[in-house]
Design a protein around this ligand. Structure first.
Ligand SMILES: [Zn+2]
Ligand SMILES: [Zn+2]
Length: 323
């Protein structure tokens, strides 16, 4: 199915390649390195420093204290950005499981970058690679092959996967605005952090009884929310190939788990998804809660997205036929 996704003109691809060239010479995974090979890269040291600093910043809750409004913003930004990862980065940019306009595609892309999980081109390219090689030696985050730590977090911190796999995302790199956003993908996340701080400052003065302030809102609304978002997303790479039930005879170890589906707005129906990745909805039955699907369905009523693809009858006929 993903072969149909790899399209685009060669000059667009060349321009995209130029955009990314020399950013980390020698660190791109070409398939000729083993997962355990770790070329040294200054860029990777910086990336790891930022990643762990965001985690350490959460400890500041000890000093900034708690308020319900800061906690509510933390949860709201988790849900909005989890949708951006699942509904946009995953179901749209990685799998093109529905259609949208070019301007709304860009809105979805910008929303995704606020999750601080790099740009849609990088994200989609590595995810498409995961589907092509799921739970084989080539799969960069298979818990079966490389262990749960590497699947959850190790590959994110690896120096091998800093660059996108441009050959897998030619349909995305043909858009100039996506290439530019990819280059400056940290900017929207930084702006969101600044915005949470000033929201807290505003609320402190306009509604002092709420008991919040700039620093408290920054820590809860941005840092805690972002770390929860990281690990919610990473659970899909690690746990959904280890725990839960299998309904479909996919060629990997993917599984369905209701709790993982709840915390990731529907991504926990991972066995469904691996068996038929072209479907926009990942809960294939009405009782499989899939919040991202409900949001996309609602957006379709307003004409913002359309052609939401569903599993064909032959997929449902394969349910339960595991042998
Ligand atoms: Zn998977
Ligand atoms: Zn997928």
């Amino acid at each position: 199915m993903e072969g149909t996704l790899v399209m685009g003109c060669s000059s667009c691809h060349d321009r995209a390649a130029k955009l990314f060239k020399n950013r980390s010479k020698g660190t791109m995974y070409h398939g000729d390195l083993t997962i355990k090979d770790e070329p040294f890269s200054i860029m990777n040291v910086v990336k790891q420093g930022v990643f762990w600093s965001v985690h350490l910043a959460c400890l500041a809750v000890i000093w900034v204290g708690f308020s319900w409004v800061a906690f509510a913003v933390c949860i709201a930004l988790y849900v909005i950005r989890m949708f951006a990862i699942t509904g946009a980065y995953h179901r749209y940019f990685s799998h093109r499981s529905y259609e949208t306009s070019r301007w709304f595609q860009f809105v979805l892309a910008v929303l995704g970058t606020t999750a601080a999980q790099k740009g849609p081109i990088w994200w989609a390219s590595h995810h498409r690679h995961h589907h092509r090689h799921s739970d084989t030696e080539e799969d960069i985050h298979s818990p079966i092959v490389h262990g749960i730590y590497f699947a959850h977090i190790g590959w994110v911190l690896s120096s091998q996967f800093i660059e996108p796999r441009l050959d897998l995302v030619k349909d995305l790199t043909k858009y100039r605005e996506l290439r530019i956003l990819e280059k400056y993908n940290v900017v929207p996340a930084i702006l969101l952090g600044v915005a949470t701080f000033f929201l807290g400052v505003y609320l402190q003065h306009a509604f002092p009884t709420l008991g919040t302030n700039g620093w408290q809102m920054l820590v809860w609304g941005f840092f805690v929310s972002t770390v929860l978002l990281y690990h919610g997303t990473f659970c899909i790479n690690s746990f959904t190939h280890l725990i839960g039930k299998r309904r479909f005879p996919s060629t990997d170890h993917s599984r369905n788990h209701w709790l993982l589906a709840l915390i990731t707005l529907g991504e926990g129906w991972h066995n469904n998804h691996h068996y038929y990745p072209g479907s926009e909805r990942q809960g294939f039955y009405w009782w499989e809660i899939d919040v991202s699907h409900y949001i996309l369905k609602t957006l379709s009523w307003f004409g913002l997205v359309w052609d939401l693809r569903v599993p064909p009858a032959r997929v449902y006929e394969a349910a339960g036929k595991l042998t």
